[in-house]
Design a protein around this ligand. Structure first.
Ligand SMILES: N[C@@H](CCC(=O)N[C@@H](CS)C(=O)NCC(=O)O)C(=O)O
Length: 204
């Protein structure tokens, strides 16, 4: 096996891949890079963001792309449903999470970087995050994982939703503070239990 992945500490998108590989029982060589120096990541992949996967010379970046590749490469212990209709639903969830759910927290973080943040805008975006958290609460009604069995939806969402429980010592990423501030767990016991449950899953 010749798998290498470049990573930085506290990376949500890296944790997605670590959870996927842990589920499949696949070992990987992790290469730690200094978050302030992306020269090696850029040299290898032509762009600065992690995770970057080197699978025997095939270089891939962007966590959803890496996850689809790993699913094809290691089909045992699948993360995507085998049934085509349910697999399509899972892909729609992944796309919604990355393109729709992520927007409000990203916009809040961008607003907070400004000298005079627009508090009303932040409030409005925060309300959207609360509404999304209610959707997750409903998705977990009568089941232990977002789409029933542990799979791609949990791997995609957990590294972001887990910040509802708190930001670990040493993690000073503004985006993660936003995820903590705007995802209150009061009245959302199923999401809280799900975070604990997924946190118990192995990472490679
Ligand atoms: N769409 C990419 C996003 C990757 C990404 O934003 N990576 C973050 C870590 S979670 C990063 O490298 N950030 C460094 C920076 O923005 O300088 C993915 O899903 O992998």
């Amino acid at each position: 096996m010749d798998l290498r992945i470049w990573r930085i500490p506290f990376s949500t998108n890296v944790e997605r891949v670590a959870l996927a590989l842990g589920h499949k029982g696949v070992a990987v060589e992790w290469i730690d890079v200094d978050p302030a120096d992306r020269s090696e990541v850029e040299r290898v992949s032509g762009q600065p963001l992690v995770p970057v996967l080197d699978d025997g010379g095939t270089i891939l970046f962007d966590s959803p792309v890496i996850l689809e590749h790993l699913e094809r490469r290691f089909p045992e212990s699948p993360l995507y449903p085998l049934d085509p209709a349910r697999r399509a639903e899972a892909r729609i969830f992944v796309d919604w999470f990355n393109r729709v759910w992520k927007r409000p927290p990203n916009l809040i973080a961008a607003e907070l970087e400004k000298t005079e943040p627009d508090r009303e805008k932040i409030e409005r975006l925060g309300t959207e995050m609360h509404a999304a958290l209610d959707l997750f609460e409903d998705m977990l009604d009568g089941r232990h994982y977002l789409l029933g069995e542990f799979g791609i939806a949990d791997v995609i969402a957990f590294p972001f939703l887990k910040y509802a429980l708190g930001v670990p010592a040493g993690d000073d990423e503004l985006f993660h503070e936003v995820l903590f501030e705007h995802q209150p767990l009061e009245g959302r016991p199923r999401v809280e239990a799900w975070i604990e449950r997924v946190d118990g899953h192995p990472r490679s």
